[in-house]
Design a protein. Structure first.
Lengths: 117, 247, 135
């Protein structure tokens, strides 16, 4: 299991490093604070609800969450010396990551539906 | 330049004390003196009971590793003038049990080292008449960096993962496994993989990178471990897809 | 002679504190790097909240933007961006140590691999900005 989880962690590390800084800068700071002209709901929905964009976003979300799961559990093991509770931590972080992935799929599907409907 | 410098040396005499204390010694400060020369001066002239390991004085034997001002160093290659005006704190290597003064118990590393088969493994050896195993300079370059390891254990002393979990195989042993895995003459990769693919093998490493910074020989154990993770992950993915296929 | 030797075999093992990583600056930096994962997860949550508001309607989208412009959310997102950049920079810097690429039997120099990673970062960033900003 560890090899697969590590590969997903690495893939998530690459994807989150490439995409998340610009996405957070644009959508968490530039747009809400009015640093750039606000694109408007129709245009944003047209962009983010496009099936291809939604698929890419789903990939970014799932891999980033799996990246978090691996790194965070080792932070707990080593940083907080919780190695003794390895099993519940493993179950907990990956359950959260899978739950988040499912939520991402639902939300992105809703955006695709809202755009076409 | 002052002509002496203070060495604050950790002392631990298990017959007398339950935990280490610090003892200060004034030693001559000379341009060509390493920390090890200072310790030798103490032992020869000030306190003959001071215990520490050393041998070659030239960065090859790997036995004089200690913690100098908090950093794992070879004391033969760490010069007193670089710490002037002092004091210089000399402690045993971290992450190892202390036997006496600056001497640590290296038994754990000595047990782990042979487990990774750090020698050339051949399925069927060839006879002397058949000649040498030839190797091109490019093939040599693939592993030569990892062959510089002198087993000084500074990387174990720097590694927080090893400090927290002594079961972790550790930087030097994995780097040495990689030294032979990458050798074109070797056929033992599968044998080593069986040991290192365990959670206490490569997966315990979180790429802190301190081992590489501590290494006095430029071996880069951290890089070796990450590269090995990629190899092992792809390998086990392959054996997952082709369960009974050749490994 | 073996008996006195036995008596003195009492190796000293120091306790490791839960806050061991405060001992050295490089350990603190390592722990900060590892904590970036929390902000990676938060970024995902934030983006999904945005997409959900977009899908729900104009009013929900306005409400989301107002919420996102609040001082606490902005402060959190500034911190998030800082940790994301830390994650990206450390990740790209360590990439050459973990990957060996060979071209025609020769090892690609580590600097070229890191350079390639940074070039990809710039390209992705530019692409996303162009997609979002231009009409």
């Amino acid at each position: 299991m560890e090899p697969v989880l590590w590969l997903l962690f690495s893939a998530g590390g690459v994807v989150s490093a490439l995409f998340l800084p610009v996405l957070v800068f644009l959508f968490a700071l530039a747009v809400p604070l009015g640093w750039i002209e606000e694109p408007g709901r129709d245009r944003l929905l047209g962009l983010l609800g496009h099936p291809l964009t939604a698929l890419v976003l789903l990939g970014i979300c799932v891999l980033s969450l799996l990246h978090w799961a691996q790194r965070f559990r080792y932070t707990l093991f080593d940083g907080l010396r919780l190695k003794a509770h390895e099993r519940p931590i493993n179950v907990g972080v990956y359950a959260l990551a899978l739950l988040g992935s499912a939520a991402a799929a639902v939300v992105l599907w809703q955006a695709v539906a809202a755009r076409s409907g | 330049m002052a002509d002496t410098i203070t060495l604050e040396v950790a002392r631990y005499r298990p017959d007398r004390e339950t935990e280490p204390t610090v003892e200060a010694f004034e030693v001559p400060l000379r341009r060509d003196w390493a920390v090890l020369d200072g310790l030798n001066h103490v032992k020869d002239n000030l306190d003959g009971s001071l215990s520490y390991r050393w041998s070659c004085r030239m960065g090859i034997c790997g036995s004089c590793g200690m913690t100098v001002n908090g950093e794992p160093r070879l004391t033969c290659a760490t010069f007193l003038v670089d710490y002037a005006p002092g004091p210089v704190r000399v402690e045993p290597l971290a992450n190892f049990p202390v036997i006496r003064d600056l001497v640590v118990d290296i038994g754990d590393f000595m047990r782990k080292l042979p487990e990774v088969s750090p020698w050339i493994v051949r399925g069927e050896g060839t006879s002397v008449e058949e000649g040498e195993y030839l190797q091109t300079p490019e093939q040599l370059a693939d592993y030569s960096q990892f062959s510089m390891c002198i087993n000084c254990m500074l990387c174990y002393s720097a590694c927080p993962v090893y400090g927290l979990d002594p079961e972790f195989v550790g930087p030097a042993a994995i780097a040495l496994a990689q030294r032979y895995n990458l050798d074109s003459r070797d056929e033992g990769a599968d044998v080593r993989m069986d040991l290192l693919i365990h959670p206490e093998g490569i997966w315990g490493c979180t790429f802190v990178g301190e081992c590489t910074r501590a290494c006095p020989k430029g071996v880069d154990p951290a890089g070796a471990i990450q590269r090995y993770k990629l190899t092992a992950a792809l390998q086990s993915l392959k054996s997952f897809v082709l369960p009974r296929g050749p490994r | 002679m073996s008996e006195p030797a036995q008596q003195t075999q009492r190796p000293y093992r120091p306790e490791i504190s839960r806050l061991w990583w405060l001992r050295r600056r490089s350990y603190v930096f390592f722990v900060l790097r590892e904590l970036s994962s929390i902000f990676v997860a938060w970024s995902v949550v934030f983006l999904l909240l945005l997409v959900r508001a977009l899908a729900q309607g104009e009013a929900q989208f306005r409400a989301f933007l107002d919420w996102a412009a609040g001082p606490w959310v902005v402060a959190l997102d500034v911190l998030t961006l800082a940790f994301l950049v830390l994650h990206a920079v450390t990740w790209f810097n360590l990439t050459p140590a973990a990957t060996v690429v060979k071209l025609r039997g020769r090892r690609v120099p580590p600097r070229a691999i890191a350079g390639g990673a940074y070039a990809a970062w710039v390209a992705v960033t530019a692409l996303v900005v162009v997609l979002v900003v231009t009409r």
